[in-house]
Ligand binder design. Structure first.
Ligand SMILES: Nc1ncnc2c1ncn2[C@@H]1O[C@H](COP(=O)(O)OP(=O)(O)OP(=O)(O)O)[C@@H](O)[C@H]1O
Length: 294
């Protein structure tokens, strides 16, 4: 399927964003830039404002203070629940957004079928109703419904949270293939720090009420080159950071049996709007400027 490449200047820029629900401030001084083809994962404890931030970025809420500049041409959103229409076939569900765009029937069904096939839904599954599919297949259908719109920005709110570890891995591979295929940018919320380290180029840890960015990790390897060991290592290093542990209200980490080797260190890439890390611990030494307190 030929897909339009994102415009070179496509990016989502969030600057000095504050938000309140009624009189209660829920987001304070949020700022980051997401360029085409990159992925940012937002992690943080319940109630720190991640969903509010994602909905602001999606244009579902009005910006009160600060700026969100979305230069992507086509955004799509994926929710935790697949939200498939039970009275439509899976194929019909995948084609829904194209119908809303008034794509002619034959073309939208053909595009939906191609995308379904690409995500592992065969013709039998496509002809079924959502209630006849497993949770994993429903998640594939929801992803297909979003991707068939050929978005250049995909906003995801814990879309794989209900899946077991094997299905999650499958969905990760499907998503990464699609991201690589056509420079798809992703802004995602997840409670799973390892999922964030698997999929994202940048992990932003949020905490507090109002929610603030408390830590940022820019991962130096492209997702396609990350092996399981590397992902486990980066996840454990991130979770060893005192600021990250405090964000999740975790007790202080035990000292490692041996200091991390130099080869596990991340190269220095200064983080926008983040102060350099100021810590003398061995673990902090393995995470120089690529991982920083915001
Ligand atoms: N529509 C709303 N009206 C009033 N308050 C809201 C609304 N939506 C969210 N809030 C409040 O804003 C705060 C942030 O909520 P939000 O859902 O953005 O956090 P979150 O980090 O996504 O949480 P979770 O991880 O549990 O989904 C919470 O205190 C929540 O109660």
């Amino acid at each position: 399927m030929s897909t339009p490449a994102p415009a070179p200047e496509a990016a989502l820029a969030v600057r000095q964003l504050n938000h309140a629900w009624a009189t209660r401030s829920v987001l304070e001084d949020i700022g980051f830039t997401l360029p085409a083809g990159r992925a940012i994962a937002l992690v943080g404890p319940s109630g720190c404002g991640k969903t509010t931030l994602l909905h602001l970025c999606a244009g579902l809420l009005t910006v009160q203070e600060g700026q969100i500049d979305n230069r992507f041409a086509r955004s799509a959103m994926l929710f935790q629940q697949p939200h498939l229409l039970p009275w439509q076939t899976v194929l019909g569900n995948i084609a829904l957004g194209l119908k809303a765009r008034r794509t002619p029937k034959a073309a939208r069904l053909a595009a939906a079928r191609r995308m379904g096939h690409a995500l592992g839904l065969d013709d039998i599954a496509l002809a079924q109703f959502p209630g006849e599919l497993s949770g994993g297949m429903q998640s594939r259908a929801a992803l297909a419904r979003a991707l068939v719109l050929e978005p250049d920005l995909l906003l995801m709110d814990e879309p794989f949270a209900a899946l077991d570890i094997g299905l999650k891995g499958q969905m990760h591979r499907l998503l990464l293939a699609e991201m690589a295929r056509r420079q798809l940018a992703v802004l995602m919320i997840t409670h799973d720090v390892m999922e964030a380290v698997t999929l994202a180029d940048t992990v932003i840890v949020m905490a507090g009420q109002p929610g603030r960015m408390v830590w940022r990790l820019d991962l130096p390897l492209p997702p396609a080159q990350r092996g399981d060991d590397w992902i486990y290592r980066q996840t454990s290093l991130l979770l060893a950071q005192p600021a990250v542990r405090a964000a999740f209200n975790m007790p202080a980490a035990l000292a490692p049996a041996s200091p991390p080797s130099a080869s596990s260190a991340l190269p220095a890439t200064p983080a926008d709007g983040c102060a350099p890390l100021a810590s003398g611990s061995a673990i902090a030494a393995a995470l120089p400027a690529a991982s920083a307190r915001c």
